[in-house]
Design a protein around this ligand. Sequence first.
Ligand code: ADP
Ligand code: XUL
Length: 517
Amino acid sequence: MAYSLGIDASTQSISAIVLNLDDNEILCECSVNFGENLPKYNAPNGFINGNATGEIFADPLMWLDALDILFEKLQLICDLNKITSISGAGQQHGSVYLNDKWIKTCENLDPKSSLSEQIAPCLSRKYSPIWMDKSTTQECQEITHSLGGNREICRKSGSVAIERFSGPQIRRFYKNHLEDYPQTKRIHLVSSFICSIIAGKDSAIDTGDGAGMNLMNIDSNTWDVDLLKATAPGLLDRLPNISQGNTIIGCVSGYFVRKFNLNSEAEVVIFTGDNPSSLVGMASSSPGKKVISLGTSDTFFAAMPETLSDPNGFGHVFGNPSGGSMSLQCFLNGSLAREKVRKKYKFSWEEFNQAIKDTSPGSNGNYMLPFFSPEISPLYDGQNPILEGTKSFENWSNPKLAIRACLEGQFLNMKIHTKWMKSNTSTIYVTGGASQNNTILQIISDIFQSDIKKSEVTGSVALGAAMRAAQHCMKIDLSILENNFCRFSNDVINPNVDNENIYLEAESNIKTLLLTI
Ligand code: ADP
Ligand code: XUL
């Protein structure tokens, strides 16, 4: 029996999927939610606000405690000794800062003590800035200036300098913590940090996640000297190597063998970012399919036949774990905005859905840009949604219309900001926590006038990781893994053609509203 394990270290939780490669079935799934399972970290959604405006951090020790709990739980439902291949993925852009104790500690993890206890003395920065952080506008400007403008940095790194990307974050740390930067000997991404722990060995960063740093040259897949120089001194020595996503780093750390009965011969493939991993788990590694992931953030992505970049500078080019590149547009105010509106009226998800059923497409001419916190697609620095319509709508006293207008505003904005990808396929594949909500999916279908196919596995990130592990360690063809494990529900959601014109008119009104920000 050969099992493959995929791990997803995401914003709100850490999850795992185990595939039985002999029976072609998903053997088990398991998740540890940071807010619910580790309340002592005071991070109900997996992150905490910093003191300065725009700062958003997560505690790497919380991720490690969650990893220990994840394996405790997995051990109860699965024979971990049968796992022969492991890989994983992490929320993108987050960076972890480690001192000179790191490598030795990581290589000698002791099962008698917890991961967090052992790694705590290795942190040269207590908290990790994550992808929601917006505090580096100044650093983005400095890096852009050094490179000679947006066009050049986008040509080299696949994106203009972006606040949440690791390069600008590292620069801010270097500038503001002059005493801690010299103590920092290694800077990892969330993906390569968790991979190092799993393998008991300092891991490389893969090209998929590495492209989300404003530090990697997307043509050569190496650290770019000009980008490094513009970011912080001595950075090359502090970064791990970059490797292709098919790299096997070695076998699983003895920590997991002795503590949770993993097989000492289980091999580990280097981790990637959550979005590149989801591309694999959604059977979309080859160009021709587009995917919407409705997680903490909403993302829209696709494998690319040719490297295109967003002329507006809001989109990104990342490495495709199967070779070539993928395009991605991220909408920060994803599930968190939907949650805000829902909680504003103390509605359950059922009441939220009923509100949609009780109102009409187009929200009777009321429009909303539901940006409750700063947005990146498009750039918006405010904290308040923009509403235009009747007085009662604008002062939030019509809960049902507010809910519909929030959803319509989100997905019309998504349609407007993903046109640059020029993907004309008629089906959209959806995944992520909110994809279980068919009412939301119907609105997406009507706005894009596309069929929607829902992944039956909500954990497409962990699934993609387990598939990559099996592909590279067990040498199983990706198309076979896709056939065996990527399942989409039979009930395809079809667009209501009667709503097409209503949403075309709404799109033009949302475009006008976007001009006001
Ligand atoms: P991440 O991987 O970014 O941690 P998930 O993909 O697990 O996030 O998605 C979590 C989100 O899913 C939650 O923030 C929640 O708002 C959303 N969600 C869960 N259930 C529903 C539902 N029935 N309807 C809409 N959204 C939902
Ligand atoms: C992508 C992005 C988010 C994170 C967290 O650029 O910032 O999707 O990867 O999921």
